[in-house]
Design a protein around this ligand. Sequence first.
Ligand code: ADP
Ligand code: MG
Length: 314
Amino acid sequence: MAKKRRIVIALGGNALGNTLPEQMAAVKITAKAIVDLIEEGCEVVVAHGNGPQVGMVNNAMIALTHEDAQQPNTPLSVCVAMSQAYIGYDLQNALREELLNRGITDMPVATMITQVRVDENDPAFQSPSKPIGKFVSAEQAKMMEENFQYIMKEDSGRGYRRVVASPKPAEIIEIGTIRTMVESGDLVIACGGGGIPVIRQGNHLKGASAVIDKDFASCLLAKELDADYLIILTAVEKVALNFGKPDEKWLESVSVKEAGQYIREGHFAPGSMLPKVQAAVDFAASKEGRTALITLLEKSRDAIRGTTGTTFHL
Ligand code: ADP
Ligand code: MG
């Protein structure tokens, strides 16, 4: 039998929804798309984002400090850990059910609580850029700056939001365990929300106040697992040049060199499409035969068959 193609899938916001009921419904659709790939003969590893969920957990933990003066505020790394567990819980149940519905009874599904080491000297710590949580008034923002030492920024006339650092992932701490589980045929969910950011202090791993971009963490996971494909599932079927403009052009197959040119020309929005294209290029450039794909969740089977999506290759 031919070796199975190994795929790391990075799920974006639209695969998980924004609220508890939305997530419960969304993971059912997501599970179908993932099991489609398994039925295509692929070995799948799942990674995912956590934007709305980590904001939600963070807000809930702030509310707790208002109720009970004895409660200190919860570190962001702990909020990421909570979001991994909550999303993993919904995803692994939906995947298990979908596998059983299709008669696949021999594939255990498990979520790995994953820590990802970041460099404490990463320049991202000096310029927090990633907004999380809900919008608040100027007054509330001032209170949060004073009480929690948060950095609050005004966001395009809509109010203030907390911004956090988004450093690059340097090392997946649990990679050995993830690899063992994948090698034994388990369906593994790992690096949720980009991983829990930690800084190494001797033998101690200290939680960092940051949120790692899931596109970069998934890329590192795919390289570490020597995957054949990195598939980034998002809200568009393909990546475009001149996105949203009259001369918009949807891309099908892009070389690493061409993608570099398009990045320099500014075709991809920072904070949304840019990190995806950067992660796709990084993966495709890392070794001959590695392919990255950006497409819609519902189109992942067509994309792996080569009929849609944007493909990145050396
Ligand atoms: P995710 O939650 O999957 O990370 P994002 O909203 O962060 O999703 O990023 C996907 C979005 O990027 C698309 O829905 C689209 O609006 C936007 N986008 C920006 N530039 C481009 C581009 N050049 N081509 C396609 N989509 C783009
Ligand atoms: Mg995003």
